[in-house]
Design a binder for this molecule. Structure first.
Ligand SMILES: [Fe+2]
Length: 171
């Protein structure tokens, strides 16, 4: 999607949320393994870019300015989602009997993520709006990085999950 206007950081991340919500809905309605597989791949790409933007740029900008617990939870939740994303990315919709279940559970996790970021004044975005954070500049930085990440992932495929908070298992 060509994006010419400048979005602030929150608008950009909310747009990402709407995009994946739509894709999950399309996945639910899709008929046929091929179509489902394609949508699942798209979901994995969108979420990998989104998580990377949040971890690399947005959350660090929030550090010290919003509740620390909330940020820590977000990092752990991202890691949980990355494990599922890697599974879905590698799965074959025809031969993996858990394929649809994995996408469904990922959807539920992402719905929770969206709620924690968006809903109410205590949410991540609610707190960020009250904090002293340059959302426009951050949005520009994130939009540029987003294009870079998409180009890289399209060329090289998605990276192995980079877990920040989980150390018990090697993936
Ligand atoms: Fe998010």
């Amino acid at each position: 999607m060509a994006e010419t206007r400048t979005q602030d950081a929150i608008a950009l991340l909310k747009d990402d949320h709407r995009t994946v919500e739509k894709l999950f809905k399309q996945f639910e309605d899709a008929k046929g393994d091929g179509r489902k597989q394609k949508l699942a791949q798209q979901i994995c790409m969108e979420l990998t870019v989104h998580a990377k933007l949040e971890e690399e740029i947005f959350y660090p900008a929030c550090e010290g300015k919003i509740e620390e617990d909330l940020l820590k939870e977000a990092f752990v939740e991202h890691d949980g989602a990355k494990v599922l994303i890697a599974e879905i990315e590698a799965a074959d919709s025809e031969s993996d009997e858990y394929f649809e279940a994995k996408v469904k559970v990922l959807q539920e996790q992402i719905e929770h993520h969206i709620e924690e970021e968006e809903k109410g004044s205590d949410s991540v975005f609610g707190q960020v709006r009250k904090a002293d954070i340059e959302l426009k500049a951050l949005g520009e930085q994130m939009a540029a990085r987003k294009q870079e990440l998409i180009a890289t992932y399209k060329a090289d495929g998605l990276p192995r999950p980079e877990l920040k908070t989980m150390i018990a298992t090697e993936i």
